[in-house]
Design a protein around this ligand. Structure first.
Ligand SMILES: [Zn+2]
Length: 341
């Protein structure tokens, strides 16, 4: 089934099912879930026998009850509801009591509709990248804002990983004189490689994510928060998600967002280690990194400026790399060499 630009795998995830569960026992409740997810009445999707109408009506009632459970109410409350309402993605509920807003199932239903999931399991499966973050609801909603902006390309669409890698190498060398224009040039370059690049404002309820990537069919999507970042961190984040796109044939998504209250971003799962390796190699080669470390005077501004000229690389990227390698502190005065982009 291919409806509304959703692929079968995606539909299964959003229903919260494995392929087997859907095939094994098709029920009226499953019909209701698909009806909700696709926004098309079950009668239009299947030939519902008139004798089954009553069973379908019962199933619809049972389906609606899932929005009123304590679990659904608790889940829904953690979403950036006011902001989603302001953006017009969910219905306004001004003046309504807590019971009318939540316990009636109104907001849990609206949110599941916006997220494009038919159950909490569906949300867990479709947005598993957000589950370990400080606020999974907020970050999944941020990804969703991007998802709904990108259409699936036709099936003959393809990207060239070689062209992308060459562009990223070129970009790194030529990023030096770009100053604060860097962000726009990076975005334009990726778009020329047929990657959808979205800049989506983050929600105020949680610290801004750094970047995300996911796939719409065969099209890779890079999602960045609006607002400024330092050039070093901006390039690291972009190259990290590009590392996923370059090496991921399984099309796994990645979300770089604070995973603990301390704001640490863990990158251990979902191919992040390999993505990081690809990204680091593209931003600064192993030989360059070696030369920099071996000079031993990397904590000096003059040294970083020297290597910046020698390698044709922005000082901010060198400082960020040294911080990644724990050679200099996160709060080093060398941060002054970074530039906001
Ligand atoms: Zn990653």
């Amino acid at each position: 089934m291919k409806l509304k630009g959703l692929a079968q795998e995606d539909i299964l995830a959003r229903l919260g099912y494995s392929r087997r569960t859907l095939v094994d026992g098709f029920s009226f409740v499953k019909m209701c879930e698909l009806e909700f997810l696709l926004g098309t009445p079950a009668e239009a999707l299947w030939n519902v026998d008139p004798v089954d109408s009553e069973a379908l009506a019962q199933a619809r009632k049972a389906f609606e009850r899932r929005f009123c459970t304590a679990e659904a109410v608790d889940w829904a409350q953690r979403f950036p509801i006011r902001e989603l309402q302001r953006l017009g993605h969910i219905r306004m509920t001004e003046g309504l009591t807590f019971n009318r807003k939540f316990k009636s199932g109104l907001l849990p239903r609206e949110i599941m509709k916006f997220m494009g999931v038919a159950s909490l399991d569906g949300w867990n499966k479709a947005y598993s990248v957000a589950l370990e973050t400080v606020n999974p609801q907020v970050y999944s909603a941020w990804i969703r804002l991007g998802e709904i902006q990108v259409a699936r390309p036709s099936s003959d669409f393809f990207i060239s990983r070689d062209v992308i890698a060459n562009n990223l190498k070129f970009l790194r060398r030529n990023a030096l004189p770009l100053k604060e224009n860097l962000r726009q040039i990076v975005v334009d370059t990726l778009r020329k490689c047929d990657i959808a690049v979205l800049q989506v404002p983050s929600f105020i309820m949680a610290p801004a994510p750094k970047a995300a990537c996911f796939w719409r069919g065969l099209r890779p999507v890079v999602q960045l928060p609006t607002g400024s970042a330092s050039d070093g961190e901006f390039m690291e984040s972009v190259y990290h998600v590009m590392g996923h796109i370059l090496q991921s044939h399984s099309k796994r998504p990645c979300l770089l967002a604070p995973k603990t209250v301390a704001g640490v971003i863990a990158t251990s799962k979902n191919g992040c280690v390999e993505a990081n390796r690809v990204a680091e190699g593209l931003l600064m080669t192993e030989a360059e990194e070696c030369e920099l470390i071996c000079c031993g005077r990397f904590a000096e501004k003059a040294c970083i400026e020297f290597f910046s000229r020698r390698f044709q690389i922005r000082p901010g990227i060198i400082v960020s790399r040294l911080q990644q390698l724990k050679k200099i502190r996160r709060d080093s005065p060398l941060n002054a060499l970074k530039m906001a982009v």
